[in-house]
Design a protein around this ligand. Structure first.
Ligand SMILES: NC(=O)c1ccc[n+]([C@@H]2O[C@H](COP(=O)([O-])OP(=O)(O)OC[C@H]3O[C@@H](n4cnc5c(N)ncnc54)[C@H](OP(=O)(O)O)[C@@H]3O)[C@@H](O)[C@H]2O)c1
Length: 260
C-alpha cells in the first residue's frame, strides 16, 4: 500500500532506536523526509546513517535533545516548523515509590513528561492546520488504558497526554489533522530486555522464567516486535487514515481484554 506521504516531513521524538527507529525506517521508505530527536548524539547519528543507506534520496536530520527538559522543549519548538507528521515515543519519568511520593516531584514529572509532549504537539499544530494535513501519533504502553499498581507517576504523566491529545484531536479534525495514540504491549526492544532482566534478577528468576510469567495472560504468547507497532504508526500517518482520530489503539497480542 502506498501510504501517500511522499515528500511529507516527519519529526520522530525518540527515533534513534526501538519502535521509533522502526517508524523512521518505514516512513523514509514511503518517501517522507525525517528528523530524529533523542538525547544520545552518537546513536542518533548512527540511526540517521542507517536510514540514509536504505532511503538515499530522503533528507534525514537529527536533533540531540532531552525532550523532558525545558531547554529540550525550547529547542524542539525552535526547529523549522513545517512538519506534517509528528511521532512521539513518550519518554518516562523516574518512578517514585508510594511512600516517597510528594507534590513537588509529582508535579515536576507531569510537567516534564506529560505536558512537554502535549505542548510539543500543540506547537506544531498551526503549520499542519495551515497545510490542511497533519498526523500526530503518540506511542505509549497499555498502562495508559489499564494502569496497574506500579509506575504511579509515569502512568499519570502519560495518561494526561492521552486525554489532552484526544481532546485536541477533536478540535482540529475538520482541518485535516489527526491525532491518535498507539498503546503497545511488551515489545522486544533492548530497553524492555534490560528492564525485565533487572526485574528477573530482583525476583531471583531467569530472564526466560520471568518473561514466561509476564506473558501468561497474553493470548499471542510472545512479545510484540517493534516493526509490528511501527506498522500501525505508519498507517496512522498515512493519507488513508484521515478518518481515524482521537483514538487510543491497543497493540498487545490480545492481552487487554475488553470489547471497546
Ligand atoms: N518496548 C516496550 O515493551 C514498550 C511497551 C509499551 C510501550 N512502549 C512505549 O513505546 C515507546 C518506545 O519504546 P521503546 O521500547 O522503543 O524505547 P527505546 O528502545 O528505549 O527507545 C526510546 C527512544 O526515546 C529516546 N528517549 C528516551 N528518553 C528521552 C528523552 N528524555 N528525550 C529525548 N529522547 C528520549 C531514546 O533515545 P535516548 O535514550 O538517546 O534519548 C530512544 O530513541 C515508549 O513510549 C515506550 O514507553 C514500549
Amino acid at each position: 500500500m502506498d501510504l501517500g506521504i511522499k515528500g511529507r516531513r516527519a519529526l520522530i521524538l525518540g527515533g534513534s532506536k526501538g519502535i521509533g527507529f522502526r517508524c523512521a525506517e518505514l516512513l523514509a521508505a514511503e518517501g517522507a523526509d525525517i528528523t530524529l530527536a533523542a538525547r544520545d548524539g552518537s546513536r542518533l547519528a548512527a540511526a540517521a546513517r542507517a536510514i540514509s543507506a536504505q532511503a538515499p534520496d530522503r533528507r534525514i536530520e537529527v536533533s540531540s535533545v532531552d525532550i523532558a527538559s525545558e531547554d529540550g522543549f525550547q529547542r524542539i519548538c525552535s526547529l523549522d516548523s513545517v512538519f506534517d507528521i509528528l511521532l512521539i515515543m513518550m519518554a518516562r519519568p523516574r518512578e517514585i515509590a508510594l511512600d516517597a511520593l510528594n507534590r513537588a516531584d509529582y508535579g515536576e514529572a507531569i510537567l516534564a513528561y506529560g505536558a512537554n509532549a502535549t505542548m510539543i504537539a500543540h506547537h506544531f499544530l498551526g503549520g499542519m492546520i495551515e497545510r490542511r494535513f497533519g498526523r500526530i501519533v503518540s506511542v505509549l504502553g497499555t498502562s495508559a488504558k489499564a494502569p496497574d499498581s506500579s509506575h504511579i507517576v509515569s502512568n499519570a504523566a502519560r495518561t494526561s497526554h492521552v486525554a489532552a491529545m484526544a481532546s485536541l484531536a477533536r478540535n482540529v479534525a475538520a482541518q485535516g489533522v489527526t491525532s491518535n495514540c498507539v498503546l503497545a504491549g511488551p515489545t522486544a526492544t533492548p530497553t524492555l530486555r534490560k528492564n525485565w532482566e533487572r526485574r528477573a534478577e530482583d525476583l531471583g528468576l531467569s530472564y526466560f522464567a520471568y518473561e514466561a510469567q509476564r506473558l501468561e495472560r497474553t493470548p499471542a504468547a510472545r512479545l510484540g516486535q517493534p516493526s509490528e507497532i511501527a506498522a500501525l504508526c505508519a498507517f496512522l500517518c498515512s493519507e488513508h487514515a484521515a478518518f481515524v482520530t482521537g483514538q487510543s489503539i491497543v497493540v498487545d497480542g490480545g492481552a487487554h481484554a475488553s470489547l471497546f
